[in-house]
Structure formats: C-alpha cells, structure tokens
Ligand binder design. Structure first.
Ligand SMILES: CC(C)(COP(=O)(O)OP(=O)(O)OC[C@H]1O[C@@H](n2cnc3c(N)ncnc32)[C@H](O)[C@@H]1OP(=O)(O)O)[C@@H](O)C(=O)NCCC(=O)NCCS
Length: 174
C-alpha cells in the first residue's frame, strides 16, 4: 500500500483519535491482559479528558496516516519535557505508533516511522527513541530493522500488572 497521507491531528479529530487509540490498543494487548487491566487503561489512559490534555501539550503532536478518509494508523510524538524519560541530548520520543491490524505489514508503520525521523531531523534534534513492551516481538524486530538499539528498560503499570518496556534509540545524522 503506498497511497496514504500523514496529517497532523487537529482538535476536531479528537474523537477519531480516541477511537483508533482504543481499538488498536485493545487489538494489540487485549489477549495478553486481564479484562480489568484493559478496561482501566481504555477508560483512564485513553479517556477523552486524558487525550485532550496530551493534545494540548505544546511539546506533543499526534499524526494520522490516512488513505482517503480512512484513518489507518497514528503516532504520538513527544519532545522537550513531554518525553516520558529525561534525555541528555535534544531528543524526540515516539510514545505511540499503532497501525490498525487489518493494515499492518503493508508499509504503513514504516512510512510513519520515516515521517517521525524526518520531523525529528527538521527540528534539529539528535536522537529518536521509544519504549516497547519486552514481549512485543514484532514491534522490536521492526525497530531493530530500523537501526534502533537497546539503551535501557523501565517498568510501567497496565492496571494492576507491572510490565517492562525496553528502551530503544537511534542517533540521527543531520
Ligand atoms: C509495529 C507496527 C507499528 C509496525 O507497523 P506496520 O505497518 O505493520 O509495519 P511495516 O508494514 O512497515 O513493516 C512490518 C513488516 O511487514 C513487512 N512489509 C512491509 N510492507 C510489506 C509488503 N508490501 N509486503 C510484504 N511485507 C511487507 C516489513 O518488511 C516488516 O517485516 P518485519 O516483520 O520483518 O519487520 C504495527 O505492526 C503495529 O501497529 N503493531 C501493533 C501496535 C504496536 O505493537 N505498536 C508498537 C508499540 S511500541
């Protein structure tokens, strides 16, 4: 698939952002988490109130990958203090990258990752990084294929369950 556009999410798109955020999170992690933990994440972390707060942060930006009017995927990028870990050099975090399951393995994720790298370079930032659940084998492979390297780990709570994220980074040559 090569006919898609990347568009910055606007305030009027927040409901659509919530829909794809919830659907893709559920599709990715629904089978490996309890209903309680999943519902908690969907209701609290992906509530309209929380998404609006994130959207209004000037150091955060969301982008959709669209094919005509259909939203195929989205990314959430954080810079400066919006990043979830403190970095020593000017950096960009990809906090979320999610492709709808019916559009995975067709190059949409690659397109969004390339776009994220371009945005990062345009801002003269030197590093792009992310956290990925240690058991998300296909995503880890995707990042490794894109020259991301492990630099640490951190734990996060999915509801009541403590999980480990691998932290991966790629230095960018300007
Ligand atoms: C991880 C993710 C973002 C990757 O996006 P994607 O659109 O599936 O990625 P791509 O299509 O660019 O690449 C995926 C694979 O498909 C292959 N592929 C891409 N285009 C292809 C095509 N036209 N024909 C055949 N294979 C293709 C790629 O070579 C790649 O192979 P790999 O598995 O060896 O890495 C996506 O799968 C996803 O959203 N997963 C669920 C959510 C998630 O885990 N997000 C990450 C949280 S950290």
């Amino acid at each position: 698939m090569n006919k898609f556009d990347v568009l910055r999410v606007q305030k009027a798109d927040l409901l659509a952002l919530q829909e794809i955020s919830r659907q893709t999170f559920f599709d990715t992690f629904g089978e490996v988490n309890t209903n309680e933990d999943m519902n908690h994440y969907l209701e609290v972390n992906l509530s309209m109130e929380q998404l609006t707060l994130e959207f209004c942060n000037p150091s955060t930006s969301f982008y959709f990958a669209k094919n005509c009017n259909e939203i195929l995927a989205y990314i959430k990028l954080n810079e400066a203090k919006a990043q979830t870990e403190k970095r020593d050099i000017p950096s960009m975090e990809i906090e979320r990258i999610y492709v709808r399951k019916e559009y995975q393995n067709r190059g949409v994720g690659q397109f969004l990752l390339d776009k994220s790298i371009q945005i990062t370079k345009d801002k003269q930032l030197k590093l792009i990084w992310l956290g990925v659940w240690e058991q998300n084998v296909s995503a880890i492979r995707f990042y490794e294929r894109n020259q991301f390297q492990l630099f640490g780990k951190h734990s996060f709570m999915l509801g009541t369950d403590e999980q480990i994220d691998l932290l991966m980074e790629r230095h960018l040559d300007q």
